[in-house]
Design a protein around this ligand. Structure first.
Ligand code: F6R
Length: 266
């Protein structure tokens, strides 16, 4: 796990966008996994602006992490609509290449199995962008999630519903109780992962993610077992870490050859 601590959330967004850009340059037909929520919005803004400098998502495929159960197709907080607004509208990806689990399916279990099949059918995720919840969830794998889970229905914690009420006019009761989410094992199948986090509210979750024991209590800790995770965080999010000077020293002395992404001929 590489831990990169930057002074500001803007710097976090720039570096995360650099990593996505490197992935797409290395493999123009890359399969990208994308988070919704506030953390990646500045990353997506930057990626949109980079189309002027030759970056193209025309051959990429995009998979979201999760979806609320039961929000109607027009609901602005339905994650397929959120990703459309926050990312798809800003880049040149083919709208038919944007996928999410179907939170309106009559058979939700089947919808979850279908989603796993769509990811596998696309060749698997090359680069997964993750945020992290204040309770340590990634995607919507709440505390207690099986570390071997695949895409399935989950019940959101009250903490997550409170955190997300800001998108529902401050009304916690309007935040759905249930969601479909990629499982921890689904996320671990991604070839590389970039997790971003900003602000002091994420400090405890980041502390556990990076330095805590691996445990379903803090599902993000499973990422410690992934061979290619880059954690990009700002100073407030890093404020509870113990080994910050070592992470900084490692980043400052990163050898040129140690690039995370190898070029793949298209
Ligand atoms: C959303 C998702 C969640 C968020 C997390 C943090 O697709 O996967 O895990 O990344 O809830 O949300 P923000 O970024 O809004 O703090």
């Amino acid at each position: 796990m590489e831990v990169i601590i930057l002074p500001t959330s803007d710097a976090v967004a720039t570096l995360a966008a650099d990593l996505v850009e490197a992935q797409v340059h290395a493999k123009p037909h890359a399969v990208l996994g994308v988070a919704t929520g506030s953390s990646p919005v500045a990353v997506y803004d930057q990626l949109g602006r980079r189309l002027d400098t030759g970056l193209s998502f025309a051959r990429t495929q995009i998979f979201t992490l999760d979806e609320y159960v039961g929000l109607n197709p027009e609901h602005p907080e339905r994650y397929l609509n959120v990703i459309q607004r926050d990312l798809v509208a800003k880049i040149d990806v083919d709208p038919d290449a944007v996928h999410g689990p179907d939170g309106l399916a009559v058979d939700l279990r089947q919808a979850c199995a279908d989603y796993e099949g769509r990811i596998t059918g696309a060749g698997g995720i090359d680069l997964q962008i993750l945020g992290i919840g204040t309770d340590g969830h990634v995607a919507f794998n709440e505390p207690g999630s099986s570390l071997g889970s695949r895409t399935r229905v989950k019940t959101l914690t009250q903490q997550t519903r409170h955190d997300n009420a800001r998108y529902f006019g401050g009304d916690v009761g309007a935040v759905p109780l249930h969601c479909l989410t990629q499982g921890m094992a689904t996320i671990m199948d991604a070839r590389s992962i970039v997790l971003i986090g900003s602000g002091a509210t994420k400090a405890t979750a980041v502390e556990q993610l990076v330095e805590g024991p691996i445990s379903a209590r803090w599902p993000a800790t499973l990422l410690q077992l992934h061979p290619a995770v880059t954690v990009v965080i700002d100073a407030p999010a890093a404020s509870r870490l113990q080994l910050t000077s070592y992470y900084q020293h490692t980043y400052d002395n990163k050898p040129n050859w140690q690039q995370p992404l190898a070029r793949v001929d298209s």
